[in-house]
Ligand binder design. Sequence first.
Ligand code: R5P
Length: 324
Amino acid sequence: MGYDLKIFSGNANRPLAKDISRALDTRLAEATVTGFSGGETHVQIDENVRGCDVFIIQPICTNQKKGISPNDALMELLVLIDAARRASARRITAVVPYYGYARQDRKDRPRVPITAKLIANMIYTAGARRVLTLDLHANQIQGFFDIPVDHLYSINILGEYFKRKNLEDLVVVAPDVGGIKMARAYAELLGAPLAIVDKRRWSGQLTEVMNVIGEVKDKNAVIVDDIISTGGSLTKAAAALKDKGACEIRATIVHPVLADPAVEYVENSVLTELVVSNSIPVPKRARNGKIKVLSVAPILAESIRRINNDESVSDLFANAKVEG
Ligand code: R5P
């Protein structure tokens, strides 16, 4: 092991942070992360971190159970980093399993912010000197940081799940042009051809499927995407595949944002199954039907172990042919 390892968590996804700590055979370090009067965030690190290699686990997401918004989660992350820096941690790594605001990564219209870049600035300014994240919406977000970013892929866990199922006559489907690279990696892993849904986004909430490119008739489809928010993109893509003659339609989506009415959309859709990760906590009411949650704690834990030990992290993904 390298320098003394300390793992902290805010309130956005403590179960994941606990699973990661358990996988590393350590405990979650003590910190009090609460609301202050007037709605402010207050943090107190409750143990010595001087000279330690500190990892702060906090996806930038909603936690309905805890009443946390993505903005609360971000603020908790920033003040935890600040507290650790002022307490003389040797190095602070922001572990952000879901990088919220990632879809605001470019100036696609006049007078809009690039919020994903602003957040990168804030994480650095707070004091993080390394970032560990999972399935970024766009790979180039790594370039918003001038510090090392270890970018993990959940294909090792979600893809392997489908591999073990041994589904026959399979086709892997990218639900939009932006998802082609990841869908191609799944297609390689599963030994299946690739199809693409030509999706147009008219607004944050409204998308439309224009066409399906590739052969899906009489095939079992697996749709691969990074985010399910309202569920519109996924369920429309699934319906379009059904119209084109696909048989069973499954999906795997890394980050279950699951804004309303996503759960209802999925349950009432033609989908057989939706497999997501626990990068974002999935509310209980969403777990009973078609939605299955797989834990990404093992890859996050192994990456933390390697970072702490100055070992390669990219080696973990040597078998998954994900293009940068
Ligand atoms: C878009 O580029 C993303 O990969 C997702 O397809 C999208 O964010 C999903 O949003 P929604 O579930 O609201 O359609």
